[in-house]
Design a protein around this ligand. Structure first.
Ligand code: CMP
Length: 139
């Protein structure tokens, strides 16, 4: 079993898609080990997306991610990192395969409904960013 970190982003939360996205993740075989609904502070968003700090979209991304509540979840499944990326679809919803979460609920390359860790190494870091060990409850 492998773990990954997902964030249902402010656009999808504001549009009322949380239930549909969680339903989809459960139907795809993910167990939810931890869940938090929170509003990221600017410091948290900057740190979480630090690898993008030199990119032109960084400040806009930080503003977007702090614009409203998000749902952060630690998920577990076989091959969780790669499989979640398949279920999410490409970063740009316009290029995401039909039926993927970003194709269904994203509206732009920035407002793309959901985040998922991009490697097992980063998944460990990202899960640890939001959850302590005692907050993760096995299925
Ligand atoms: P995410 O998977 O959370 O990782 C980084 C985020 O930056 C990405 O989803 C998008 O929300 C955003 N992003 C990536 N590329 C671009 C881009 N070219 N323009 C604007 N936002 C982007």
């Amino acid at each position: 079993m492998e773990r990954t970190l997902t964030i249902i982003k402010p656009d999808a939360v504001a549009a009322g898609h949380v239930g549909a996205i969680i339903d989809r993740l459960e139907r795809e075989g993910f167990a939810i080990l931890g869940v938090k609904r929170l509003r990221l502070t600017e410091a948290q968003a900057k740190k979480f997306y630090e690898v993008h700090r030199e990119r032109p979209f960084y400040s806009s991304l930080v503003a977007f991610m702090t614009s409203g509540p998000v749902w952060v979840m630690a998920l577990e499944r076989d091959n969780a990192v790669a499989y979640l990326r398949e279920v999410m679809g490409a970063t740009d919803p316009a290029k995401a395969a039909p039926g993927t979460i970003r194709a269904l609920y994203g509206s732009s390359i920035e407002r793309n409904a959901i985040h998922g860790s991009d490697s097992p190494e980063n998944a460990k870091i990202e899960v640890g960013f939001f959850f302590s060990t005692h907050e993760l409850v096995e299925a």
